[in-house]
Write a protein that binds this ligand. Structure first.
Ligand code: SAM
Length: 277
């Protein structure tokens, strides 16, 4: 019988955040696949757990997934852990889960700490709907493109960021998204846990030595892309409106439908208007 694949969340700072179930699972599995075996060894030693470890990090995820699947098929139970928090969340995990599903291997999540969830619930921003982005690209052009893409997202935005890139990321947020309300959640569950809340410009001007781990939360846009397009339309003549969609390569029939929808009028009215032109 094939073994089971356990996705085990580990603490994001405070070791008391490990769950009883995580500890039992780590004790009972045959192998632990860890993002950084040395790091995980520290955790296991703390809880007096001794287990064979296999390294499983982003760059070798595909190759190691194959090996892990073979072991699972031999009947070994395997736990996946990352350096901190929930595997698969800006951490390795996705590949092995996909392969396990393809190979009919049972997947069992063992819930626990996750930085963005705890940052979000403490942020004071809307928790009803949110959009987790994870790390922005280190490439400045790609970073800007991503920020442009999410500029009109109305849900709370959540980013992970390395301390040495934080200042630049906040500057880009200010330039592209504007002076929005943001929250910096720093060192969650650790001694220097801190939540800074304010507009981007204020947070930036108060930013001193940037140390520790950060989650950046940004209030969603008040205007959606649709609202912005609508505003642009409102000042336009019907001809300009027509041209706008024509440039997008749409056909007359579809352009008329779109204009009618944008202006909340019957499409026959628009059709008649252009017929008489
Ligand atoms: N898998 C992890 C999780 O479940 O949150 C995330 C791993 S990701 C490689 C590491 C990033 O998560 C850090 O750069 C930081 O943005 C965020 N992070 C992790 N621990 C944190 C903490 N204690 N406080 C604030 N942010 C944290």
């Amino acid at each position: 019988m094939a073994g089971k694949l356990y996705l085990v969340a580990t603490p994001i700072g405070n070791l008391e955040d490990i769950t009883l179930r995580a500890l039992r699972t780590l004790k009972e599995v045959d192998i632990i696949a860890a993002e950084d075996t040395r790091h995980t060894l520290g955790l296991l030693n703390h809880f007096q757990i001794s287990k064979p470890l296999i390294s499983y990090y982003k760059e070798n995820e595909k190759v190691k997934s194959k090996l892990l699947i073979e072991k699972l098929q031999e009947g070994k139970n395997i736990a996946i852990v990352s350096d901190a928090g929930t595997p698969g969340i800006s951490d390795p995990g996705e590949e092995i889960v996909k392969s396990a599903i393809e190979n009919n291997i049972e997947i069992i999540p063992i819930p626990g700490a996750c930085a963005f969830v705890n940052a979000l619930i403490s942020s004071g921003l809307s928790t009803r709907e949110f959009c987790f982005i994870g790390f922005l690209s280190a490439n400045q052009k790609e970073k800007r493109e991503k920020l442009e893409e999410i500029k009109y997202e109305t849900k709370t935005l959540i980013l992970y960021e390395a301390p040495h890139k934080l200042k630049n990321t906040l500057e880009e947020i200010l330039k592209i998204l504007g002076d929005r309300k943001i929250v910096l959640a720093r060192e969650i569950t650790k001694i220097h846990e801190e939540f800074s809340r304010g507009n981007v410009s204020t947070i930036l001007s108060n930013l001193q030595e940037v140390k520790g781990e950060f989650v950046v939360l940004i209030e969603g846009s008040f205007k959606s892309k649709q609202d912005v397009n609508q505003e642009k339309m409102n000042g336009q003549t019907l001809e300009e409106h027509y041209e706008f969609y024509e440039k997008q390569g749409l056909e007359k029939k579809d352009i008329i439908k779109k204009i009618a929808k944008d202006r909340n009028v019957n499409k026959n009215e628009i059709y008649q208007y252009f017929l008489n032109k």
